[in-house]
Design a binder for this molecule. Structure first.
Ligand code: B12
Ligand code: SF4
Length: 522
């Protein structure tokens, strides 16, 4: 059947971008839209730009498919990349209708709708709106009748339509269209040495939304998926897992949900079903430290959980309050210890550069990590995402007006390298140093004593040998560890130098926060 809609996922890493294969997880947003369109007899194709060598390859595919509609999925970090891409695609297929959806249009729908050549920006959950929008174009129904979009009228003014209703029962959604998974890329290039999952692996969503209100994240999740926090039924998820195991021979699953263990009753039913149905797969998930306890750990342990990632963020209770995390340092430590106790890897996601954070707060995080010894650490500099409470406050600040580059979100907010820093109470050099230090400890050497970790390393080496991919063995098991050892050595020396020979880092002298900022950020 002729492809009617092409859905494009750009990813932060545009081509040519090699060697970042471990980040290549299948894009579930377009996979969900694709499945829903297919279930309404609208044939689709998905393109992950990261898998193409260059834009001429995209042009070739688009000319061959010649779709009537092209949909882009957009994160804020991809805002400027997509603006350029839209122009290129329009040149390739001038008659195609170009639409856009995803997290960025959901927080800034007007901005997305204003992109030249974009005819409609879908905000919030996209499935129902995508079908209604395509029907409207096909049947020449005025766009004013389609809920959940922003568009330009004939005068070029941006019109915001009322929001689309969220889908109450997520079980009515078809399973994501995994056609793209077959490219092999996602299947083979699962995570690297720091967490060598058995592969093939796949990612999965069982819920939409998050009950928490962290200020660096919300209300983005609410804008995307609303409230109440919705779960698919456990039997429905089990059916999809069976499909992944039987059709795609998947051995590991990542649950991308924001807080998988939030609904204890659901978790209980889900884990019992996995055991009852004798489904064997490894998995890891994200959760919050206040959503685990020994009872939950028993449940997840018995059904294959190998790692839990926590938004630990900080070891300072004051900072956890500033970002409205709803947790405290004690809970953070408790959760990591509980993981150690149950033999589940604890992955601590940390943040540095929070508003009003001082070097003392940073030291508290540092101490927490030293005491609790999570197995893996990921550390980011807080980036002010537009549409979040913190981000919007930052956008209103004088600092933003000074550094502003409204059309260059990517540069501004990338977590590792972003230019917009919303903290002026710690010298930037300490922010960078501590982030690097925590990153350098992201791989706790004691991992290699863990049976599960070793088993997976051997599995991976075997798979590389059988596929003749010897260079991957080198990069994952020799080059990678050597770099890690070098980093640790550097940091040990740095630590000794700074803390034994010199006094503690000095607080940077800063002017008091301006009234506008302190009111919103402080
Ligand atoms: C898993 C995840 C990751 C993974 C994988 C991301 C990936 N490339 O697939 C990793 C860890 C790599 C990651 C990294 C980052 N992430 Co992330 N991530 C998520 C998470 C938890 C799930 C994403 C997902 O699959 N959702 C499920 C699908 C179904 O939802 P969806 O993609 O939004 O799609 C729905 C709608 O948006 C819409 N839609 C989407 N595309 C399209 C296209 C069309 C045409 C239409 C009509 C509709 C439509 O319909 C879909 C179904 O309803 C979300 C939070 C969340 N709960 O969604 C954050 C989230 C998407 N990430 C976010 C960010 C900021 C990042 C980073 C930029 C962090 C950083 N600062 O460096 C990086 C860069 C990622 C990149 N460009 O690839 C933000 C995006 C905010 C924004 N304003 O853009 C989110 C929302 C988290 C947050 N609370 O702020 N991320
Ligand atoms: S717990 Fe995570 S997903 Fe939920 S609001 Fe906080 S940061 Fe966002």
């Amino acid at each position: 059947m002729k492809t009617k809609v092409v859905l494009i996922f750009v990813g932060q890493y545009t081509p040519p971008h090699k060697d970042r294969y471990h980040h290549y997880v299948s894009p579930l947003g377009i996979a969900n839209i694709s499945a829903y369109l297919n279930s309404h007899h609208i044939p689709t194709k998905q393109i992950d730009l990261r898998l193409l060598p260059d834009l001429s390859a995209l042009a070739k595919i688009l000319r061959k498919l010649n779709p009537k509609y092209i949909g882009f999925s957009q994160l804020t970090t991809e805002a400027d990349l997509i603006e350029n891409l839209v122009q290129d695609v329009k040149k390739i297929l001038p008659k195609a209708h170009l639409i856009i959806g995803g997290p960025h249009p959901s927080v800034l729908p007007r901005e997305a709708a204003a992109i030249p050549d974009i005819e409609a920006a879908v905000y919030g959950e996209g499935e129902k709106t995508a079908v209604e929008l395509i029907n409207a174009f096909d049947k020449k129904i005025p766009l004013s009748k389609v809920k959940g979009i922003a568009y330009k009228n004939k005068k070029g003014e941006i019109i915001m339509n009322p929001p689309q209703e969220f889908i109450k029962n997520l079980d009515v959604l078809p399973f994501p269209d995994r056609e793209i998974l077959q490219s092999g890329h996602y299947i083979e290039h699962a995570y690297d040495l720091f967490f060598p999952m058995s592969y093939p692996y796949a990612n999965l969503f069982v819920s939409r939304g998050c009950p928490a209100m962290c200020t660096m994240c919300q209300p983005t999740i609410d804008k995307l998926f609303g409230r109440p926090f919705r779960f698919r039924s456990a039997p429905n998820v089990i059916k999809e897992i069976k499909q992944l195991i039987n059709k795609y021979h998947v051995k590991s699953i990542i649950f991308w949900d924001d807080t998988l263990t939030a609904n204890r009753k659901w978790m209980e039913e889900f884990s019992s079903l996995i055991v009852k149905e004798k489904l064997h797969f490894d998995w890891w998930c994200y959760s919050r430290v206040n959503y685990i306890n020994p009872e939950v750990m028993e449940m997840v342990k018995k059904c294959g959980c190998k790692m839990i990632c926590f938004g630990i963020e900080s070891g300072s209770d004051r900072m956890l309050k500033v970002i409205n995390k709803g947790t405290d340092a004690k809970q953070n430590e408790y959760a990591i210890n509980l993981c150690h106790q149950y033999g589940i890897l604890a992955n601590a996601n940390l943040m540095i550069g929070m508003p009003t954070e001082t070097i003392e707060d940073v030291m508290m995080t540092d101490n927490l990590i030293a005491r609790s010894k999570p197995d893996i650490v990921w550390a980011s500099v807080l980036s002010p995402l537009p549409g979040t409470y913190l981000g919007d406050a930052f956008m209103r600040s004088d600092e933003f007006q000074r550094t502003s580059a409204h059309n260059n979100w990517s540069e501004l907010i990338r977590a590792q390298t972003g230019k917009a820093k919303i903290n002026d109470t710690i010298d930037i050099k300490y922010i960078i140093r501590y982030q690097s230090k925590w990153h350098s400890t992201r791989f706790n050497p004691s991992l290699i004593t863990k049976k599960y970790y070793l088993k997976n390393c051997l599995n991976r080496i075997n798979s590389h040998i059988s596929s003749g991919n010897y260079s991957r063995i080198f990069s994952e098991f020799i080059g990678g560890p050597l770099i890690e050892i070098a980093r640790h050595t550097y940091w040990l020396m740095y630590y000794y130098w700074n803390y034994q020979l010199f006094p503690q880092p000095q607080l940077l002298h800063v002017e008091p926060l301006g009234p506008k900022r302190s009111k919103v950020l402080g």
